[in-house]
Structures are given as structure tokens and as C-alpha cells.
Design a protein around this ligand. Structure first.
Ligand code: CAA
Length: 387
């Protein structure tokens, strides 16, 4: 029985900063950001968007096309959690009107969270093939104004439905995992800003990719040229480019070109949205589905990385007709709806969003009708509303 990704939806907030503007404001050459880091825009979340509201909005992209009663599991991966105890998934479950029999919880391991959720969901569906599982990754990447990591911020969510006989990507058995207790990126409980040793993190990411890719190929008796695409967690697109260069280092021209083209297709959304932590790899997948022109059956390798650190490589095959399950025009419209904000405006939005509003202060959203948003707290209980 094949189990895998049947539906996928992306959401990103309605404001962005242009990297050329940010470079000018920080006295950097724009090409450092555009080429050196590989980012052209980054989405900015104001106070009304958090991990929960973005997760609901990502799921709304496909909720009308699924049988909600079949969902037996809902797992939410995030490192931008909104409560130290209660799972973000419970707020989502209420908004989506899922039935009470759903098993639901939140998982965390930096940017690995959504992959962890996906693997739990895959195994759940294998045991309960008549049920489906929903997995959501949702994060706001905040490194701080004027920091080296500022250019690698972003905000967004990807939601996926996992099911038997999936319509998009059938996951293959096996995986290669590698973990080590290190300090390349972390966020203490009392800080909304991440702490990061970016250069060290890059080294570890590339090391974990090399290890898991080599091990996966050995395990599955595959060669690099068997892959039609390899996609990556993209904290910034240059990171994936570096990993892809390692992947093709000893390959012939045709394989190098094939994997470079598929990587280019997979980075398009990331370049404009920025780092969305747990959901970043799956935004690469969506970008590949929309821009890659790959045939049904194509073998896609997926490299997931979460700082701290955990790496995993696995693969899937594209399913016949997968193109019908994505909406490139709709995603482009979503990106185009974003309002470009100046750097001073972004700084103000950023600083305001570091704190929640006063209890009982009602927030309103300036996003499109139908968008879910965080409306403030009542008695310190978070309220979510739809515009
Ligand atoms: N034109 C073209 N390229 C230029 C340039 C120019 N004018 N000026 C500089 N560059 C290039 C540099 O040569 C360099 O390229 P290489 O990396 O290929 O050498 C690149 O631009 C960046 O330059 P610097 O290294 O000087 O940049 P920096 O010191 O400002 O730091 C960074 C860059 C390390 C990526 C920093 O932005 C950072 O720390 N970002 C955060 C990274 C991060 O999140 N790491 C964790 C990854 S995993 C994750 O997402 C976390 C998780 O698990 C939740």
C-alpha cells in the first residue's frame, strides 16, 4: 500500500520587505542578499498572525476538497509555539471543525518538526489505511533587527493531508537519520528571538546532508543519478545550493544539469517568502511541484534539517496527475496580495509583534476576507477569528 502526501497548502502573511531595501538600510551591497544569501523578499508577520492562524490559513487551501470525518490524527510541528502547555493543534482543530475523536498534539525539533509530524502520520496511516492524517508546520523566523540573521527571516505555514493512495507524492520505505546534541541555533523560553551561530550551522547542515545522503543511497542501493530532484530545508536558498553542489560534485554534466534545474524550481517560493522553519522543506516541495515540470514517477529526495541538530533524508515518487493538486496561479496571487513595507515600517511591525496586546484588547486584521487571524486574548485565552 502506498502512503503519502495527498493535499498541500501554503500560507504566508500579507506584508513583505524587499531585500534590496533591507540591504540599503543595513549598508550592505544588495548582491550580498540577492546572490550571496539567495533571497529577494521576506514575508513579515504582524501581531495578528501567529503559528496557529497561519496553520489554519494553510489548511483552508484544501479543506473543502477532503473528507474531514476520515481524519484520525492532526500533528502540528512548530518552534514558534503560542503556549507552553496547550498544543497549537487544538485551536486549529476547533477552527476547522474537526471531530472530537481526532488524536492531536504538537511536536518540536527546530526546523525538523514537520518532518517528524509527517513520519508519525505516515506510520499512522499505514496502520489505519481507512483514516487520513493532517500535518501542519507553521513558524515565524525572528532573528532580530540589524543581526546577521535578519536577512534569513520569514513567516508562513504548510499544511498537508497524508493518506493511502495519495494524489501527490508516494513516500518510499526507509530513511536515513542523523542527530547530534549541538548548539548551532536555539531559542530560550523567554525569548522571541532565535540565537544562532550561522556559520557553524551551515557546516553542520552540510555535514548532516553528506552523511544522510550517502547512507540513504547505500541503504536503498541508489545512485545520485537515480534522483530526478533533491530538495532541501531552505533557511535561505544559498544553503540548499551549497548542499546541492555537494550532491552533484562527482556527477556527469547531464545529472548535474538535471539536479540543478530541479533545485532552481524548488527554491522559487523560498526566495520570496524567506525562512519558515518547519515548513520550509515542504514549501520547496510545493515550489518543485509548481515549477519543476517533472513526470509522474519521478524520484524526489527530501533533506530535512532541524538545528540542535537533527537531519533526515528520505524519498518519494510523484503520482500521476499530481499537477492537478497544486494551484500555482493561486499561490502567485497570494504572494502578489502582499503589501510591500518600507524598512522602518517593517521594524515597527516587528517590534510590536514581539509582545501580545493587552488582555481584552481586540486586534483586527488588514488581510483579505476569509483570512484567519489572532484577535487578542480574553482572560489570557487566545482568540482566533476569521475576517
Ligand atoms: N555579492 C555576492 N555575494 C556576496 C556579496 C556580494 N556583494 N557579499 C557577500 N557575498 C556572499 C559571501 O561570499 C557569502 O557567500 P558564501 O556563503 O558562499 O561564502 C554570503 O554572501 C554570505 O556572506 P557572509 O558569510 O559574509 O554573511 P554573514 O556573515 O552576514 O552571515 C549567514 C550569513 C551566516 C547566513 C547569516 O545570515 C545567518 O546566520 N543566518 C541564519 C542562518 C540560520 O538560520 N542557520 C540555521 C539553519 S537551520 C534553521 O533554519 C534553523 C532551524 O532549524 C529552525
Amino acid at each position: 500500500m502506498r502512503v503519502g502526501i495527498d493535499k498541500i497548502g501554503l500560507f504566508t502573511p500579507n506584508k513583505y520587505v524587499d531585500m534590496v531595501d533591507l540591504a540599503h538600510a543595513r549598508n550592505e551591497d544588495p548582491n550580498k542578499y540577492l546572490i550571496g544569501i539567495g533571497q529577494s523578499e521576506m514575508s513579515v508577520a504582524d501581531q495578528t498572525q501567529d503559528a496557529v492562524s497561519m496553520g489554519i490559513n494553510a489548511t483552508m487551501k484544501y479543506i473543502d476538497r477532503i473528507d474531514k470525518d476520515k481524519i484520525g490524527l492532526l500533528v502540528f510541528g512548530t518552534e514558534s509555539g503560542i503556549d507552553q502547555s496547550k498544543s497549537a493543534s487544538l485551536f486549529v482543530k476547533t477552527a476547522l471543525k474537526l471531530k472530537p475523536e481526532v488524536r492531536t498534539f504538537e511536536v518540536k525539533e527546530a526546523c525538523f518538526g514537520l518532518t517528524a509530524a509527517l513520519m508519525i502520520a505516515r506510520d499512522f496511516v499505514r496502520v489505519h489505511p481507512d483514516k487520513t492524517a493532517m500535518v501542519i508546520g507553521s513558524d515565524i523566523a525572528r532573528y532580530g533587527i540589524g543581526t546577521a540573521g535578519e536577512v534569513t527571516q520569514g513567516a508562513g505555514s504548510v499544511s498537508m493531508l497524508i493518506k493511502a493512495d495519495p494524489a501527490i507524492l508516494a513516500l518510499n520505505d526507509g530513511h536515513s537519520a542523523y542527530s547530534e546534541d549541538i548548539n548551532d541555533f536555539w531559542r530560550p523560553n523567554d525569548s522571541k528571538l532565535a540565537m544562532v551561530d550561522g556559520k557553524y550551522s551551515t557546516q553542520v547542515y552540510l555535514d548532516f546532508f553528506s552523511k544522510t545522503f550517502a547512507d540513504y543511497k547505500k541503504q536503498k542501493k541508489l545512485e545520485t543519478n537515480d534522483f530526478d530532484a533533491i530538495i532541501y530545508h531552505l533557511p535561505f536558498t544559498k544553503m540548499g545550493l551549497k548542499a546541492n553542489r555537494l550532491a552533484v560534485a562527482d556527477q556527469d554534466e547531464a545529472t548535474t544539469e538535471k539536479l540543478q534545474n530541479s533545485f532552481d524550481a524548488s527554491k522559487q517560493l523560498s526566495r520570496r517568502v524567506g525562512n519558515i522553519y518547519t515548513a520550509s522543506l515542504y514549501m520547496s516541495l510545493l515550489s518543485l511541484l509548481e515549477n519543476g515540470n517533472l513526470p509522474a514517477g519521478a524520484l524526489v529526495g527530501l533533506f530535512s534539517y532541524g538545528s540542535g541538530a537533527m537531519g533526515e533524508l528520505y524519498s518519494g515518487n510523484l503520482v500521476e496527475g499530481y499537477e492537478k493538486e497544486v494551484n500555482a496561479a493561486g499561490d502567485e496571487k497570494m504572494l502578489k496580495r502582499r503589501q510591500k513595507v518600507s524598512v522602518p515600517e517593517y521594524e515597527e511591525i516587528f517590534n510590536t509583534a514581539l509582545d501580545d496586546p493587552e488582555d481584552n484588547e481586540e486586534l483586527t486584521s488588514d488581510d483579505e476576507k476569509g483570512t484567519w487571524y489572532f484577535a487578542g486574548t480574553k482572560g489570557n485565552i487566545r482568540q482566533y477569528k476569521v475576517k
